[in-house]
Design a protein around this ligand. Structure first.
Ligand code: PMP
Ligand code: GLN
Length: 382
């Protein structure tokens, strides 16, 4: 059997969700909202099934969704995108990440990755025979180490994979950081895979800037979005890649090999979602910001060292002030089994040695009453 897969463990999200179910814990681990996205979008998906949207759609996505992705690129970021040639719809951002990496990496190429990182990145880079070069953000502010980042690039570097807004950090790369990254990428003649699934989940006036919008980056970036995050419908697995025509054609080839197409009724519904008015997008982030504040304030009151989260639906918290004896894996297990609240150990987002082992990640995309109950359980436990 394949040695890389044999050495890949079950994803931490599945492991912790199973533990949550076993112990009837409130699951603030795996990131999924406990309220489904907009009724009209869900209704549109149901209607499309009765409207004959049940056979293979076009390989790159149904025309309505490709058009909607192109329109959203113009509306939110001023990007001019040709829906016919520059958008590829995938079965979730997960597939999109793999397809984009497949599109640019050859065996022996190097790919720069930033820790903490999402758990599919590294195994996929390795499966492609490419060599990962890891750079680490520095907590508690998740600072971007510019010199180390630049030093990670060399003659064999073909791509960088960047996640902003970040999971689990909630970090949003600033315009200055992005300008630095764009310069390094261009000097080394590389591509950038941009995981921007949390593009619309930003808080406190922090706006997401796609790396693709920077001068010289339009042809180098593959920008990935996810309907799961933007419409609180994580089970749908509809993702979309925006890239220049030549890159998009290669991403489409990868998509052809991975899944070939994505359910047509869901695509049509997501197209309706992307056309929603500004109030929808503003409401999504303001509702989440209130939940973030509720959980962050509650955890801080209980003694956690809560880190700032500017985007995504996660906060990370340092549990050392509570005096717990053990690492983050022990802590999240004890929290689940004893307090009956589940969180994710942040060390799971690291591959290199000496990962920080004193942070837990909490998902706050839950009803207020659920967050309150989780806090009450933790308070009773500590
Ligand atoms: N990238 C990041 C950073 C994520 O947090 C997620 C969420 N699961 C994904 C990609 C995958 O998104 P999707 O569910 O659309 O495959
Ligand atoms: N992206 C989600 C998270 O970080 C979960 C995705 C998954 O379960 N694979 O929690």
């Amino acid at each position: 059997q394949n040695t890389l897969l044999a050495s890949t463990g079950t994803t931490i999200f599945t492991v912790m969700s199973a533990l949550a179910t076993e112990h009837q814990a409130i699951n603030l681990g795996q990131g999924f909202p406990d309220v489904d996205g907009p009724d009209d979008v869900v209704q549109a998906a149901a209607d499309a099934l009765w409207d004959g949207r049940n056979q293979y759609p076009p390989l790159s996505g149904v025309p309505e969704l490709r058009q909607a992705v192109a329109t959203a690129n113009a509306r939110f970021y001023g990007l001019a995108v040709d829906p016919a040639t520059e958008v590829v719809v995938t079965s979730g951002a997960t597939e999109a990440i793999t397809a984009c990496l497949m599109a640019v990496l050859n065996p022996g190429d190097e790919c720069v990755l930033v820790e903490p990182l999402y758990d599919t990145y590294l195994p996929v880079v390795r499966m492609l025979g490419a060599i990962p070069r890891l750079v680490r953000l520095t907590p508690p502010k998740w600072e971007f180490p510019r010199a180390e980042f630049a030093a990670a690039f060399g003659p064999k570097t073909k791509a960088v994979l960047l996640n902003s807004p970040g999971n689990p950090t909630g970090k949003i790369f600033t315009a200055a950081e992005l300008a630095f990254i764009a310069d390094v990428v261009q000097r080394h003649d590389c591509y950038a895979v941009c995981d921007e699934v949390y593009e619309h989940l930003t808080f406190d006036g922090w706006n997401h800037i796609p790396l693709m919008t920077l001068p010289g980056m339009r042809e180098r970036c593959m920008r990935i979005g996810s309907a799961g995050k933007t419409f609180s419908l994580t089970g749908w697995k509809v993702g979309y890649v925006t890239a220049d025509k030549s890159l998009a054609a290669t991403v489409a080839k990868a998509h052809q090999l991975l899944t070939f197409t994505t359910p047509p009724n869901l695509q049509r519904a997501v197209a309706i979602g992307l056309a929603k008015d500004d109030a929808y997008f503003a409401g999504l982030s303001s509702a989440l910001a209130a939940k973030r504040d509720r959980l962050a304030e509650g955890l801080a009151r209980l003694g956690f060292g809560v880190l700032e989260a500017r985007g995504s639906y996660f906060i990370t918290a340092d549990f050392r002030p509570l005096g717990f004896a053990g690492d983050d894996v022990d802590f999240c297990r004890a929290l689940t089994v004893e307090a009956k609240v589940t969180a994710i150990p942040v060390s799971a987002f690291y591959a290199g040695p000496d990962a920080p082992a004193h942070f837990a990640r909490f998902a706050f995309c839950k009803k207020e009453a659920v967050l309150d109950e989780a806090l009450a359980r933790i308070e009773a436990w500590i």
